[in-house]
Write a protein that binds this ligand. Structure first.
Ligand SMILES: Cc1cc2nc3c(=O)[nH]c(=O)nc-3n(C[C@H](O)[C@H](O)[C@H](O)COP(=O)(O)O)c2cc1C
Length: 178
């Protein structure tokens, strides 16, 4: 069990011994697009899947959330997150998914990566967006020092309509673990 906001450093090797190392798909979604891709990945590769969520839900209409997101990104705000019932030590491969918020990863994903030490893990990042990926993947990479970062996936949506073909998504999924 992870509790926020402390940083998880302690890797208990005794505890790890004998356990299968599995992959974990971890994502944040506000509107459901990132969740949809996360679930497609999960259906293909198995392992575990978990959602990052903020303690305070984003409220108001879409424009309100876009405006709040802009303020948060500009300030580098890290929203408090709900505890996620996962033990990161059990995983050597992480698939991390976020929507793009103002040309970077969502504040919720930034808060998660800031709070946890993922060094030694292999990370496959993906970002869903409305057409402007910006520096999202690069910023996620910078937040994961010591991790092996694999090429990211950029999935374009118009609102909730996926524009990036499933075949492109599936090609990226097929390279996981290669
Ligand atoms: C606060 C906010 C900021 C956004 N900023 C961008 C952006 O900079 N570039 C972009 O292409 N899409 C942007 N979008 C659109 C989302 O990235 C896109 O709709 C994404 O697929 C939503 O994922 P979700 O449904 O998992 O929340 C933004 C959306 C919100 C709510």
């Amino acid at each position: 069990m992870l509790y926020y906001p402390q940083k998880q450093h302690d890797r208990n090797d005794n505890d790890k011994g004998g356990k299968d190392m599995r992959s974990l798909i971890l994502y944040y979604t506000y509107h459901g697009n990132t969740q949809r891709i996360a679930e497609r990945i999960h259906a293909a590769i198995g392992g575990d899947i978990a959602r990052i969520d903020t303690v305070e839900p984003y409220t108001g209409d879409y424009d309100d959330v876009v405006a709040q997101g802009e303020r948060e990104v500009k300030r580098g705000y890290l929203p408090p997150l709900r505890p996620v019932d996962i033990d990161l030590d059990r995983y050597d491969t992480l698939v991390l998914g976020t929507p793009v918020w103002w040309y970077t990863c969502s504040p919720a994903m930034r808060a998660f990566l800031t709070a946890h030490d993922l060094s030694g893990k292999t990370i496959y990042p993906f970002a869903t967006n409305g057409g402007w990926l910006g520096r999202s993947i690069r910023d996620m990479r910078a937040l994961c020092p010591g991790a092996a970062f694999r090429p990211g996936l950029d999935v374009h949506f118009d609102d909730t309509t996926q524009r990036t073909p499933d075949a492109d998504v599936d090609r990226w999924i097929a390279a996981i673990h290669d």
